[in-house]
Design a binder for this molecule. Structure first.
Ligand SMILES: Cc1cc2nc3c(=O)[nH]c(=O)nc-3n(C[C@H](O)[C@H](O)[C@H](O)COP(=O)(O)OP(=O)(O)OC[C@H]3O[C@@H](n4cnc5c(N)ncnc54)[C@H](O)[C@@H]3O)c2cc1C
Length: 388
């Protein structure tokens, strides 16, 4: 069995874990990043996402005017340099930054290298050993068998608090009051007249649902134009009861139905599919739990770790997409105490597993905020490891 000592162990190489690992490495901590898949980027990569939400306050002037400085600004500047189309775009009352996942992952690959982070891919964390109020060992299974890590501090960026769950330091609040719909993204080719399909697809699907030819959640489907002329991204919503591997069959059924219903869709071919992407899961039991009131009232916090400005975005199985904007405030703060475990002194969290109610998570889970909470958690963990 291989054994590794380190200052900071970051688990999960989604956007939060990448930011955490780079930040910890830059602080001079011996940092290891463990990821169960073979690629970086997590949901952003699997979901073939194309817009970073939550990077900007309303009215931001240009790519560099990010709400959080540090990693968020570095990401915005690097994406803008890699692709000149990467400028903030208005979407109603919010701003998003278009990006290509390949640019994002190549920037982070370079930054991980520069920060001296050692990466273990295809390595899944399966167990945690605690002693008193401290994690002493993290067990994992990699391609070459079992592996043990002995970190001074751990940052859980697994999206569903996998590390915290393994040591009883997590809560599953995701089902309260109603679990949000997950997503399923398909990249389609050989579409005709994509711009008109963008309008037609939701409309004909709603008609199909009304006639009971399609399941109710099909009415929350959208089509987004891709970069190539014949390309589009079909985004389906997955109700809690269908969020399993067999959803692929339901998704294929929707595509088949659209081929019949719309001549411009008749030749559509599925080039890639994301699998089911959960919006929320378990979260860290933190010292403080961020609430919807904190978000909507724009509450400022003394131990600020990051700020957010994205509205509370919920995907309700019955009502569909719901947005609740901040109540007159420009932004709210996320305190460091949401990133720190209540019970274990060397456990931190970033991204989708920070301590927040389901509604507050509806704002804090977008990529722009995940970069910031991941960075703060990585930095906090490195400082804690350095003080030991
Ligand atoms: C359908 C959908 C569409 C979205 N669209 C957008 C959008 O357009 N713009 C936007 O800004 N946000 C969007 N979001 C939200 C955003 O993409 C995610 O919330 C964010 O990327 C989460 O990042 P993360 O790093 O916290 O977690 P994740 O991306 O979930 O990363 C967690 C990583 O941990 C790894 N992992 C998990 N368990 C283990 C383990 N035991 N051992 C080792 N590794 C493990 C996983 O493999 C994964 O790589 C969307 C979300 C969904 C579901």
């Amino acid at each position: 069995m291989s054994q590794e000592q380190c200052d900071v162990l970051v688990v999960g190489a989604g956007v939060a874990g990448l930011a955490a690992a780079v930040a910890a490495g830059k602080e001079g901590a011996k940092t290891i990043l463990v990821e169960q898949s073979s690629v970086i980027g997590g949901t952003a990569t699997r979901g073939m996402l194309r817009q970073i939400c939550g990077l900007y306050p309303a009215g931001a002037a240009g790519p560099s005017s990010t709400l959080n400085s540090g990693m968020c600004r570095q990401v915005a500047d690097a994406l803008n340099e890699a692709w000149s189309f990467s400028r903030p775009l208005e979407r109603g009352r919010v701003l998003v930054l278009p990006f290509r996942t390949t640019d994002l992952t190549s920037c982070f690959s370079e930054w991980l290298r520069a920060a001296g982070v050692e990466c273990f891919f295809e390595t899944r964390v399966t167990g945690v050993q605690t002693g008193g109020r401290t994690i002493v060992e993290v067990m994992a299974r990699g391609a070459e068998g079992p592996q043990s890590f002995f970190p001074a501090a751990v940052v859980d960026c697994t999206g569903d608090a996998a590390v915290a769950r393994l040591c009883g330091a997590a809560e599953d609040k995701a089902g309260l009051p109603r679990r949000q719909m997950a997503g399923y993204v398909m990249r389609l080719r050989e579409l005709n007249a994509v711009a008109s399909l963008v309008l037609q697809v939701p409309w004909v699907l709603a008609r199909g649902v009304a006639k009971k030819q399609l399941p109710p959640a099909a009415r929350w489907t959208t089509l987004e134009a891709g970069d190539a002329e014949d390309e589009g991204y079909l985004k389906l919503s997955v109700p809690p009861e269908s969020a399993n591997a067999s959803f692929e069959i339901e998704a294929e059924r929707v595509v088949a139905w659209l081929r019949e219903a719309l001549p411009s869709f008749a030749q559509a071919r599925v080039a890639a599919a994301s699998g089911v992407l959960e919006r929320e899961g378990s979260r860290l039991s933190g010292e403080y739990e961020l609430t919807e009131e904190d978000v909507l009232r724009g509450r400022k916090q003394a131990d600020r770790a990051a700020s957010g400005a994205w509205p509370v975005e919920l995907w309700d199985p019955e009502r569909g997409f719901i947005l609740r904007h901040l109540d007159g405030a420009e932004y709210y703060d996320i305190p460091l105490s949401c990133l720190r475990s209540r019970g274990l002194q060397n456990l931190w969290a970033g991204g989708r597993c920070i301590s927040a109610t389901p509604e507050a998570m509806g704002s804090a889970r977008v990529m722009g905020v995940c970069f910031a909470t991941g960075e703060a958690a990585g930095r906090g963990a490195a400082a804690w490891a350095g003080r030991r």
